[in-house]
Write a protein that binds this ligand. Structure first.
Ligand code: XIL
Length: 356
């Protein structure tokens, strides 16, 4: 027969074990799983109390959605404007979050003065090196990982047309991935401590594009080109997306000695004319989120899972697809967690001890 103090002790031990193995929130669950769980953010929304409170409560990493891109930092040729990116860094520091930087080289969203400027390859080479160096030095010690090159390949796995590659390019036109390689070399020189990522869309499972990304980074690793990881964007619009293929792709990339980050996860749903989604679609969406998070957690070198925004109130999806699709994120427009949130939390809580 147990005396009362022994009964009390057993009760306390049981309670402690329960509290340690389940969490009601994403951020503490991710901290325990040694996983970075992040989201793209818009600093103009930090003043909205629900936005900031949800963000700092649920995530341990942020990435500016647009504020470190060329078109914001380089509105004018002669100047660098860091004030919006700096706001993200300040928010992150105040809430002990990591910052991912995005992005230094992209064919999209470059300022008019650059695209229409009729620069020679030698001038463009100088501009790009100066940009990478200045931005990375500004954020050294504050941004721990950078998407150095974003979306460099097309759906056939060929190097995409870009001001940096062939329009007119930085002098490495028709030399395949050489311009991408050059950007990584400049990035390593600029901030040797930062992790350098190649970030890509629609090459996240197993297909021609992911084969081309794999071949490129394998070649980079073999020749000692400085690269630390691959970002898998994962803007998903099919509810039958094969998340098993993501795990296979992560396995082959990490086998090269690279990290993987899930960088831009969202799963858009069809909206009816009133802008509403079907309940069963929300459940199917949750299973896609679950599959992606599980693919990452299965592999200790998949170190971050990030969504592209977190509330359906603010998402690039509705905006770009004119309202026909939306509701792609883990919180609804009133900041209420959706089944997708519950699925992420369950997966992360379940694997909290993966590195112990
Ligand atoms: C998008 C932003 O979400 C929008 O606000 C902006 O208008 C365009 O860019 N892949 C990327 C991201 O790498 O930078 C894109 O972000 C979404 C697709």
């Amino acid at each position: 027969m147990l005396v009362p103090w022994q009964q009390l002790r057993i009760l306390i031990l049981a309670l402690t074990a329960t509290i340690a193995s389940t969490s009601l929130l994403l951020r503490p669950a991710a901290d325990r799983a040694h996983l970075l769980v992040g989201t793209a953010v818009r600093p103009s929304l930090f003043s909205e109390a629900a936005y900031s409170a949800t963000l700092s409560r649920e995530f341990n990493m942020v990435e500016p959605e647009d504020e470190m891109k060329w078109w914001v930092v380089r509105r004018n040729e002669g100047t660098f404007d860091f004030h919006e990116g700096d706001e993200v860094v300040r928010f992150a520091q105040a809430h002990r979050m990591k910052v991912r930087g995005h992005c230094l080289v992209w064919d999209h969203h470059n300022p008019e003065w650059l695209v229409q400027g009729h620069f020679t390859p030698a001038q463009l080479s100088g501009l790009l090196q100066q940009h990478i160096t200045t931005v990375m030095k500004h954020y050294a010690g504050q941004v721990f990982a950078w998407d150095v090159v974003n979306e460099g390949l097309d759906e056939r796995g060929q190097v995409k047309d870009s001001p940096w590659y062939n329009q007119p390019g930085i002098g490495l036109r028709d030399k395949g991935t050489a311009y991408i390689e050059q950007a990584f070399r400049w990035a390593r020189e600029a901030d040797p401590q930062a992790l350098l990522f190649y970030n890509e869309a629609e090459g996240e499972g197993l297909n021609g594009k992911s084969d081309a990304v794999y071949a490129m980074v394998k070649d980079f690793k073999r020749r000692g080109i400085p690269i630390d990881g691959v970002g898998l964007q994962l803007h998903i619009s099919q509810l039958d997306f094969d998340t098993g293929a993501i795990a296979a792709n992560i396995a082959r990339l990490t086998a090269l000695g690279l990290q993987v980050h899930i960088t831009e996860l969202d799963v858009s749903l069809p909206l009816d004319p009133r802008g509403l989604v079907r309940d069963d679609d929300l459940l199917r969406q949750a299973e896609v989120y679950r599959g992606v998070v599980r693919s990452c957690l299965q592999n200790p070198d998949c170190t971050a899972t990030q969504t592209w925004g977190f509330t359906d109130k603010y998402s690039w999806i509705g905006y770009h697809s004119h309202g026909a699709r939306g509701a792609a994120l883990p919180f609804d427009a009133a900041y209420k967690p959706k089944p997708a949130y519950d699925a992420m939390l369950e997966e992360i809580s379940r694997q909290w001890n993966r590195t112990q």
